[in-house]
Design a protein around this ligand. Structure first.
Ligand code: C5P
Length: 225
């Protein structure tokens, strides 16, 4: 079975709270996700912060714009030295190709369908094929046009792993450790995501909101073994 790495989401509002979290986790966690909240609040200093602590950055800004604009943004992300960036696969083949052409670039991870969508929500947004088919088509579009990985729900990961075998890198949010019962109905445990074929799992609140974030991360890593 593939190895599955943990990416801890730095979903905090300030550099100070992000640093407090990194300090608790850096002994066991190598990858940190910086999303639009922290990046809008703190900018590239958030990336520097993770690098100063020896971590790798997944810059999750979910780009979706004309090819030239996204290529420019990814060029700046490359200059910051991030490990990976996210782009919406619905941004299209040309957008991915433009970014893939960059000589020095981070890994391009394509977003399929956000797990916040249900069938009706996706239909209302103009996608008429349903979640499964849309995820399948978008993942194929990514693989054909330079995406290095595909972000999807763990519930769709198994099928993509079967379809593309070892040729696809899968990144899955929507993870809930077994012990935590909350309102996330479609979430799976770290071990289930690994069994479905995830190469990376993204975990936010179960670590951030834990009384002991380091222990929460350790339990997740244990579950991934
Ligand atoms: O739910 P949790 O707090 O674990 O979410 C972790 C991160 O995963 C959040 O930063 C969220 O932006 C991201 N996410 C995502 N795609 C999804 C669901 C969550 O990128 N479909």
């Amino acid at each position: 079975m593939q190895k599955t790495e943990l990416i801890a989401a730095l979903d905090t509002d300030t550099l100070k709270s992000a640093e407090a979290l990194i300090e608790k986790l850096k002994g066991s966690v190598k990858y940190f996700k910086i999303g639009s909240v922290l990046f809008t609040a703190a900018g590239p200093a958030a990336v520097d912060l993770v690098h100063r602590h020896g971590g790798k950055v997944f810059l999750d800004l979910k780009y979706h714009d004309i090819p030239n604009t996204v290529k420019g943004a990814v060029r700046h992300a490359a200059a910051m030295g991030v490990y990976s960036v996210s782009l919406h696969l619905s941004g299209g083949a040309e957008m991915f190709k433009a970014c893939a052409e960059l000589e020095k670039r981070p890994k391009l991870w394509g977003i399929t369908v956000l797990t916040s969508f249900d069938e009706y929500g996706l239909f209302r947004s103009g996608y008429r094929g349903g979640i499964d088919k849309t995820v399948k088509l978008l993942a194929a579009l990514g693989l054909q046009n330079g995406a290095d990985g595909v972000v999807c729900s763990p519930l769709e990961a198994g099928r993509l792993r079967q379809q593309h075998d070892g040729k696809i890198t899968l990144i899955t949010p929507g993870i809930r450790p077994a012990a935590r019962g909350d309102d996330q109905k479609r979430a799976v445990t770290p071990a289930e995501a690994r069994a479905a074929g995830a190469n990376f799992i993204v975990v936010g609140r179960p670590i951030i909101e834990a009384k002991d974030p380091a222990a929460a991360a350790a339990a997740i890593l244990e579950d991934l073994k």
